[in-house]
Design a protein around this ligand. Structure first.
Ligand code: LLP
Length: 423
């Protein structure tokens, strides 16, 4: 077993066992069971601090994209350190408020906002709606007017640049459903100016996720800046430019990710001399490396062509491998000295697509614990109850203090909302 690379600073290998900060991961498994998501507070805080340092000295707001990991404790931690939030549903707004987040620092993205969600956000007093279509603009105007409120808006513009990432998570191309076309933005801002109940506040874009090259994002920034100038010439002045999220993380050794500072540098270069406030909406790069999914080997199974390690976590717990063929490092919590063999790592779910990794070299026995690395982003939030599996527990560790921040679901909870037919 190779030592986990320093890509996982919150999860050091010490005295023969993988730790989370000061706690051996097998202690966590003993106390809370498996599968279990485990987060390092120091790693979360360092990630937010990296953004805040890179943006220090300018009027900027880091709006954490809640969809990446919406656990209340994580939202609370970021809120206390001054973060704002990027939400995509009324549910996420409720979470932000429950965690003590400031609605005045919330931007609301998403192509399908309902009237009820608009009312909820207006009543909460959010900072800005990122409007994604002409029809949404009209609806928001009507809802705000009926409430006697003014809705602060930005148009999410599709800058039509290729983010060069997985097609499912690339959002800035003309062919995507997101945002309003670059060429239509000016006309739509003019329309917004005439509609009651709206106040134009800014402009936004988001071109995709898991970006390992800053260039497309910098290009998008350039296009947004040019649009802001065109709007100013038309008498529409903006308070902020929102450059979205997207910075990737190093899921594997051979695909390094730029640091936050290196990623932001070419974007910031395009903003030189601007007076607008800058917003960013990072998700993955704030939480991805701060979490692992802890799972236990239930069975080793030596097939005719392949060796399988059947673990107690499955695609319902971590969907990314099944959905995107995504890679997550999988390491033994207590590496054994024996020679490794290649295992298919799969869960108990009845689908061939239920795998966490292929051909992973491991020296393991049934009962051993494995850590699926870089699982802090889009892990728990994309989990489901498929196969009537209760969702995992979540634990957050700071130094040698352990907090269970979500207990494991019970089967009774899973059944509670359903009813059988009358006789
Ligand atoms: N802002 C908007 C408008 C977004 O749509 C997203 C992500 C973000 C910010 C945050 O992007 P990030 O910094 O995390 O890249 N489930 C996929 C990722 C989907 C991302 C969707 N939008 C995955 O597991 O890779």
């Amino acid at each position: 077993m190779s030592e986990p690379a320093p890509r996982h600073p919150g999860f050091p290998l010490r005295d023969g066992a993988l730790h989370v900060e000061g706690i051996p991961l097998d202690d966590i498994a003993r106390r809370f069971g498996t599968p279990c998501y485990v987060y390092s507070r120091a790693t979360l805080e360092a990630a937010l601090a990296a953004y805040q340092h890179a943006l220090a000295g300018r009027d900027a707001l880091v709006c954490y994209a809640v969809k990446a990991n919406s656990n209340l404790a994580i939202l609370q931690l970021f809120a206390r350190r001054g973060a704002g939030f990027d939400i995509v549903s009324g549910g996420e707004l409720a979470r932000v408020m429950a965690a003590g987040g400031d609605p005045g620092k919330v931007v609301f993205s998403g192509v399908g906002k309902t009237e009820a969600e608009m009312r909820q956000a207006l009543e909460a007093g959010i900072y800005c709606f990122n409007v994604e279509s002409a029809a949404e603009l009209e609806r928001l105007s009507a809802v705000a007017t009926a409430l006697g409120r003014e809705a602060p808006i930005a148009l999410r513009v599709n800058p039509d640049v290729d983010a060069r990432t997985h097609p499912y998570i690339s959002t800035g191309l003309r062919s995507n459903k997101f945002g309003v076309a670059h060429g239509e933005a000016l006309a739509l801002y003019r329309r917004a100016r005439t509609l009651p109940g709206l106040r134009i506040r800014g402009i936004g874009c988001h071109i995709g996720s898991q970006l390992l090259d800053p260039e497309p994002a910098a290009q998008a920034a350039g296009r947004i800046v040019a649009l802001a100038d065109a709007l100013a010439a038309d008498g529409i002045t903006l308070e902020h430019l929102d450059l979205g999220g997207g910075l990737g993380i190093a899921y594997r050794d051979d695909e390094p990710a730029p640091t936050v500072a290196d990623y932001l540098a070419p974007l910031l270069a395009r903003l030189e001399g601007r007076r607008e406030r800058l917003l960013v909406e990072p998700g993955r790069s704030l939480v991805g490396a701060a979490g692992v999914l802890l799972t236990r080997v239930e069975y080793l199974k030596h097939g005719q062509e392949k060796d399988f390690a059947i673990v107690d976590a499955a695609m319902n717990d971590l969907m990314r491998p099944a959905l995107y063929d995504a890679w997550h490092d999988i390491v033994a919590v207590r590496p054994r000295p024996q020679p490794a063999r290649g295992y298919e790592i799969g869960g108990p779910v009845c689908e061939s697509g239920d795998f966490l990794g292929h051909e992973r070299p491991l020296a393991i026995a049934a009962g051993d614990l494995l850590a699926v690395m870089c699982a802090g982003a889009y892990g728990m939030t994309m989990s489901s109850n498929y196969n009537t599996r209760a969702r995992a527990a979540e634990v957050l560790v700071e130094g040698d203090r352990v907090h269970q921040v979500r207990r494991r679901e019970t089967l009774a909870e899973l059944l509670a909302a359903e009813s059988t037919l009358p006789d």
